[in-house]
Design a protein. Structure first.
Length: 230
């Protein structure tokens, strides 16, 4: 199993893979927080603007490393398959979803303060309408629901081409992304077919990133824009 040193190294390797093709008008959209340090070297390597696309995992109430779905601005996705398999009640799911939505809105305030009141379409002001290519980046795809929630937002922008790029991806996530509302191309460095899949198993260093640290990384290394939503 390929193990990345950290998110930055994974982003550099992902950039090398994507650079085999030409994306002259691409916009890189990172899912914060973990997707940002992966996306930064990718955006720099491709000479592409870096934006943020907000979505967040809904954690299992007792095993938060497991996702039960995802929230985006104005929408909740439920992984009914996991709710059944893990015997999670709808009441517990709704409570976890409210908590995830609270985290998401806090993240918007901390990372894009000039955005003001979040719109229901969280990507509309970040990504140009009918963009040629959007490269959506996260640090890994476990169930795929967070990426799916982000794609639902991007669909409103009517992009010509969406690439979902991640260092590692589970087979479960591949099936999830087939339900995306628009066609997407999946680009990953490593597919993991194991029944038990955790993104952090594929990194030597995988620290939790605070909003403050994510904002610092973005504003320090993104050469294009001090406002990810402008």
């Amino acid at each position: 199993m390929l193990k990345f040193r950290n998110r930055t190294e994974a982003g550099q390797l992902l950039a090398a893979l994507l650079s085999r093709h030409s994306y002259p008008d691409a916009t890189v959209a990172a899912i914060p927080n973990g997707g940002v340090p992966v996306a930064i070297p990718l955006a720099l390597h491709l000479d592409a603007p870096l934006k943020l696309c907000f979505a967040a995992k809904i954690p299992h109430p007792r095993l938060p490393i497991i996702g039960l779905g995802a929230v985006s601005l104005g929408r909740t996705l439920c992984n009914h398959d996991y709710l059944t398999k893990l015997s999670v009640s709808l009441a517990d799911f709704r409570q976890s979803a409210r908590h995830a939505n609270h985290i998401l809105l806090r993240r918007v305030r901390n990372l894009a303060p000039s955005h003001g009141k979040p719109e229901r379409n969280g990507a509309a002001t970040a990504i140009p309408n009918r963009a040629s290519t959007i490269i959506l980046v996260d640090d890994g795809l476990a169930t795929g629901y967070t990426a799916l929630a982000a794609i639902n937002q991007l669909a409103a922008c009517q992009p010509q081409h969406v690439i979902v790029a991640a260092p590692v991806c589970s087979r479960y996530a591949i099936a999830t992304l087939k339900r995306a509302p628009i066609p997407v191309t999946l680009v990953v460095l490593q597919y993991d077919t194991a029944l038990s899949f955790l993104v952090d198993d594929h990194y030597a260093e995988f620290p939790a990133l605070s909003d403050k640290e994510t904002s610092r990384l973005y504003r320090q290394q993104n050469p294009y824009d001090n406002d990810p939503h402008r």
